[in-house]
Design a protein around this ligand. Structure first.
Ligand SMILES: Cc1cc2nc3c(=O)[nH]c(=O)nc-3n(C[C@H](O)[C@H](O)[C@H](O)COP(=O)(O)O)c2cc1C
Length: 359
């Protein structure tokens, strides 16, 4: 039987246990997204926490497409600062994967580029207008992902994760409501997943056969109509698995859906592990390792999923914002649940923090 606290090889990365820190936007870079002491200090605390694998917050691969203090990797000048981060993590015996993102039109604040999206559908809420991305721009963007991943490799990351979830650019391609294209990038799920596969191939070509490439993807968008369905998500994931992706992180939800990825008020055990069934069904059908994220608060629940499902690892985000050393506490025998009350006040444009920590 699988155990939470055992060494495993997760998609080519040797890790000490099956607990992952899911990508968490830090918003702690300087005004151009370069490395800061604040960012390094935050990771230093996580490093002391016995987390099997760290995944960084979303990191921009195309200049001007993300809030300025988010981490960036769109040119070589970022490598030096990112290397400080990977050195810190490795010197503490941890492993780290960088999450690569293109925001598309899901941006906060005033866009610093002319936003494009699969089909130019206006954003609800922010009302950001975008235009349809051209095929030439798709080619360029695919190269940008490859180049970003190569910089990540040079900076010492153990792998990369493509952000294909939560309504960001790639996720929008998978969602019929946002992707109304009539070319080879729209229509069937094979077409809607094409851009992600092209980005994958470009990364593989530039970073080599052994470089771990993960993806985070929605099992379902939770829209009444026009969302990515579980059936289509499974088809896409099978394609990703066959193409050679090294691990799949299963999440769910977009802003306009019935559920978002970051569900509030996880109080009862029944509220936890809210993507468990989707991830298990996916893991049953593919040989690629599957990570599940969403609402884990109790060690018992983490154990239950690892021991009783086909899922390989469990990822947590908010519990590590309030308590970076949660896993250490659990390992030392204090198995009280996470102190996180899922109030979602950790979303803070001045840097992701827990308001109960006052740091
Ligand atoms: C403050 C904050 C920042 C987040 N940033 C990212 C991100 O950069 N990339 C991503 O894929 N998910 C991001 N998420 C979503 C989490 O990775 C995770 O999928 C979600 O919070 C559910 O897990 P949890 O219940 O353990 O928090 C973020 C969530 C929060 C609360």
């Amino acid at each position: 039987m699988k155990k939470v606290f055992e060494k495993i090889n997760l998609g080519g990365i040797e890790i000490n246990n099956r607990i992952v820190r899911s990508a968490t936007a830090e918003l702690m870079g300087d005004s151009n997204g370069y490395m800061t002491d604040r960012l390094l200090n935050m990771y230093s605390e996580l490093c002391d926490g016995n987390i099997g694998l760290l995944i960084t917050g979303l990191t921009e691969v195309v200049e001007g497409t993300a809030t300025h203090t988010l981490m960036k990797i769109h040119d070589d000048s970022y490598i030096e600062g990112l290397k400080k981060l990977t050195d810190l993590v490795h010197s503490n015996g941890n492993k780290i994967v960088v999450q690569l993102v293109h925001h598309g039109s899901q941006i906060s604040g005033r866009p610093r580029y002319e936003p494009y999206s699969p089909s130019g559908i206006e954003e609800e809420g922010s009302r950001v207008k975008s235009r349809e991305i051209t095929k030439e721009e798709i080619k360029k963007l695919v190269e940008d992902f490859g180049d970003g991943a190569l910089r990540a490799k040079k900076a010492g990351f153990d792998g990369v994760q493509i952000h294909g979830a939560h309504g960001y650019f790639f996720s929008r391609f998978l969602t019929p409501y946002y992707n109304r294209r009539n070319d080879e990038y729209g229509g069937s799920i094979e077409n809607r997943a094409r851009i992600i596969l092209e980005a994958y191939e470009n990364i593989r070509k530039k970073c080599g056969e052994d470089f771990p490439i993960f993806i985070k993807i929605n099992a379902c968008d939770f829209l009444d109509e026009g969302g990515l369905t579980f059936e289509d998500s499974k088809k896409a994931i099978k394609m990703f698995s066959e193409a050679g992706f090294n691990a799949i992180e299963v999440s769910g939800g977009i802003k306009i859906g019935k559920h978002t990825a970051v569900r509030p008020a996880i109080r009862a055990r029944e509220d936890e592990a809210y993507h468990r069934e989707y991830a298990n069904e996916i893991a049953k059908e593919i040989s690629t390792p599957v990570i599940v994220v969403g609402g884990f608060r109790n060690l018992d629940v983490v154990k239950e999923v690892i021991e009783n499902t086909h899922v390989d690892a469990v990822a947590l985000c908010r519990p590590f914002i309030i308590e970076p050393k949660l896993v250490t506490r659990w390992l030392e025998g204090d198995t009280q649940k996470s102190k996180c009350i899922s109030c979602n006040k950790c979303f803070n444009p001045r840097g992701t923090i827990c308001i109960f920590n006052k740091k």
